[in-house]
Write a protein that binds this ligand. Sequence first.
Ligand SMILES: [Zn+2]
Ligand SMILES: [Zn+2]
Length: 748
Amino acid sequence: MPFQPVPTQVDFVAQEHEVLDFWKRTDAFRKLVALRADGPRWSFIDGPITANNPMGVHHGWGRTYKDLFHRYKAMRGFRTRYQNGFDCQGLWVEVEVEKELGFQSKRDIEDFGIDRFVRKCKERVLRFAAVQTEQSIRLGYWMDWNDPDFLRDLARRLVKNPKEVITVHGPHGPVTDTVEQIVGRLGLPELGGSYFTLSNENNYMIWTFLKRCWERGWLYKGTDVMPWCPRCATGISQHEIVTEGYQERTHPSVVLRFPLRGREKESLLVWTTTPWTLTSNVAAAVGPELTYVKVRQGDEVFYLSKGTLHQLKGPYEVLEEMKGTALEGWTYDGPFDELEAQRAAGSPQAHRVILWDEVGEAEGTGIVHIAPGCGAEDFQLSKEYGLPAIAPLDEEGYFIDGFGPLTGTHVSESAERVFESLREKGLLYRLEDYTHRYPVCWRCGTDLVFRLVDEWFISMGPVYDKPREELTEEEKARSLRYQIMDVVDQIRWIPEFGYAREMDWLRNMHDWMISKKRFWGLALPIWECTQCGHFEVIGDEHELKERAVAGWETFEGHTPHRPWVDAVRIRCPKCGAEVKRIPDVGNPWLDAGIVSFSTLQYRTNPDYWRQWYPADFITESFPGQFRNWFYSLLAMATVLDNSPPFKTCFGYATLLAEDGREMHKSWGNAIEFNEAADRMGVDVMRWLYCRQKPERDLLFGYGKADEVRRQFLLPLWNAYVFFVTYANIDHWTPATSNEQPATSNQQR
Ligand SMILES: [Zn+2]
Ligand SMILES: [Zn+2]
């Protein structure tokens, strides 16, 4: 019989395993790579997956596209690099390791030892890189994968003895080094396999990038009021907070009196949902064009805006109406003027009514309490009006000295005490629960506070009030954002609206905050002199060695991470003092954004880099990436080479559960990747992903999977069974031919 008979009943999942075994047994992937070794290049740069947990079915969508395009290009005769990427550094990994170790705060980490903690972070990354590698192979995704057992073995050895010298087999022969350095060299040409953003090369390449920024005067330390997570004890950047950073929360809201000076029994009525900030009140803002009313209630007189009279409880009598401008300059007694921190800042003398266009009546009383040390807009206003700023909280959200009975209290437990104090002083008017969208930490879900802090930024340059075409070369040279826009113009965006989204972000984004006061991540290469304030950026490991005046022996042999790199001191070129590195680590989007340089050997093999840069194609789920990965790729390539890092960007939407909601374990609608692979099979998954219109959200679940099996896989199988059965009955054999079709794509 010319055709092997096939069963009418088939176990698709079992069949997938047979295929996977066949690929492994025959080393099919390596054979493909060898077959295409001389083909024209098709360059793909992978957006790294965070190696911090098992991958989800939403990752399966993107990874299916990546596999599909690679296979298509290989069939067309192209050679590609097949390099998967793992994102390794940053707070997301720290938070999981803290959970593993049962830690509550940064102090726990310091007690444990930063070196041990950093090793635990590396270990976790290697462990989950192994898991995700296995899952990707199960998906049928062909890449130049590391052996998962090798990664797990490295993880174990690293924790046991990072100094152990081992020999591993790379594509060009054996490599001997310490376990710590082998981990630091993962993904580099001598070891092959996936790239890891923790690699030495990735980190030093970012140093080079930051040095260029510094040389152009774009790197600076800024004092600003930032959203801050008191649990993670770190600032949260605008990039991290824009879309996913809000949750619905119920907080106590308070209306209170600000007694006016020189007007007996008369008060402003002020509203806030963050009572802790009242300790740091400096001013009260009114809308200049809003209408305000003077009302009598009992023997008291209050001022509030006309549109918010519903805030009053009980009967009242309107005595007078006036514009906000009429209130400007009135002085009042603040709610916490007795505090030492208030007096030390000169705040009681500064208390007055100021004008602010942004004051509205949608909530509150039309009179906004201003605490410049506790709010971003408040801080801007304080600069305009020359007001002092009071910063009440330490890194972990505890009231610092100078706040009387509140000192030592955590911000999350301070509301009751504030209300009590207001009650005693007769300032409390009304208390009420208030539900609103409130910013929370995207990693741990803690309510964010706003803190006055020093952070490091890359300046995006001014936004000019005229069309881009009319900008002069000098204006563009001063503004990185316009230079990036010129690069964005050269890229093909699929779907097309990607172009507008990226441009929109570039027009509106603030300066890029790149620092975090944490432990596991890129060691920002900034050495700041505490004597004279001058700071230097070190461009790579060679410059560091050259400039080191102390601590090099401690650092040598280690990867460029904390705490080892912190030991190295340089000489301040301005005043001669010995200078330490700032303790901050970098924003992880620096890690992912540099890969079109670091993984293509920009520093070590420029010819290779020129052959493979820019990428012909990248693909990621677009929500979020316009301000994250796409943005950081673009910004870094603009600074380093003033060129587009990719030619085509293919974006796809979000994967949701079948009920149209996000998948959440607690909602019972989440499906784990392994479970889906076992129950529905990856062919079904892949077809589900591929038949989807990429710009629409994809509904994923077992109902949809059944649909695919019934409407696509089974009919396909039945057609095959039908063909085999009747071909055998008729003794039909296909004509064989060894001739290549003349128009084969490979020969074009
Ligand atoms: Zn947090
Ligand atoms: Zn100095």
